[in-house]
Write a protein that binds this ligand. Structure first.
Ligand code: SAH
Length: 196
């Protein structure tokens, strides 16, 4: 198995928080991702006022893009710092509250209500808490999940999708023997079996 070297790697939450604290966030794209621009029509598919989910959202500027287009955005991220930086860098006022049923989780929501970012592990969320989505932008998310958690992650994502939702997934192609990840190399066959 080509990706066998990465299979047992686990990145503790603490390691992500340290990356944010140290500003080691080379994955962040200040100007947004060109692939979202390119495939926006596929995601939106002629619909308006969609609910769009950003798993492992970081401070992705694309959340602001989609909100500005009239969609409602929900994100999940363990780093509170990332979420605060998102709102301050985008110049958006926000309020903060606890999340009923999820001890320790916080909801940071833009004052106008169209961007709701949950500060907790994605595995603490479910459709009962955050509802279902018409679209998902998965960039730096599946590839950042620990390889041993992929099945759990994919099942959760499937449970969050409305019937006609579209899921844009960005992965990376490289030799997993040369880099320990994240981002992890997810072979195409595995993506197909995860999402069916
Ligand atoms: N999607 C973003 C960030 C990618 S980096 C972008 O495109 O820029 C992956 C992010 O996932 C990091 O910000 C990390 O803090 C967060 N993360 C890692 N494990 C998580 C988990 N279990 N739940 C929620 N967020 C997590």
């Amino acid at each position: 198995e080509e990706a066998g070297v990465q299979r047992d790697r686990v990145v503790p939450a603490e390691e992500w928080l340290q990356k944010w604290a140290a500003g080691k966030t080379g994955f962040h794209k200040e100007r947004g991702h060109p692939l979202l621009q390119k495939y926006l029509d596929v995601l939106v598919n002629g619909r308006s006022g969609l609910r769009i989910f950003f798993p492992l959202c970081g401070k992705a500027v694309e959340m602001k893009w989609l909100a500005d287009l009239g969609h409602r955005v929900v994100g999940a991220e363990i780093s509170e710092r990332a979420l605060r930086e998102f709102f301050s860098e985008q110049g958006l006022p926000y309020r903060e509250e606890a999340v009923p049923g999820v001890p320790g989780a916080r909801l940071l929501q833009s004052t106008c209500g169209n961007i709701s970012l949950y500060c907790c592990s994605i595995y603490d969320l479910s459709s009962a808490i955050i509802g279902k989505f018409d679209g998902v932008w998965d960039r730096g998310a599946l590839v950042a999940v620990n390889p041993c958690d992929r099945q759990r992650y994919a099942s959760l994502m499937i449970s969050l999708m409305e019937k006609n939702s579209s899921y844009l997934l960005v992965t990376v192609l490289y030799d997993p023997n040369k880099h320990k990840g994240p981002p992890f190399y997810v072979p195409e066959g595995e993506m197909r079996s995860l999402f069916g």
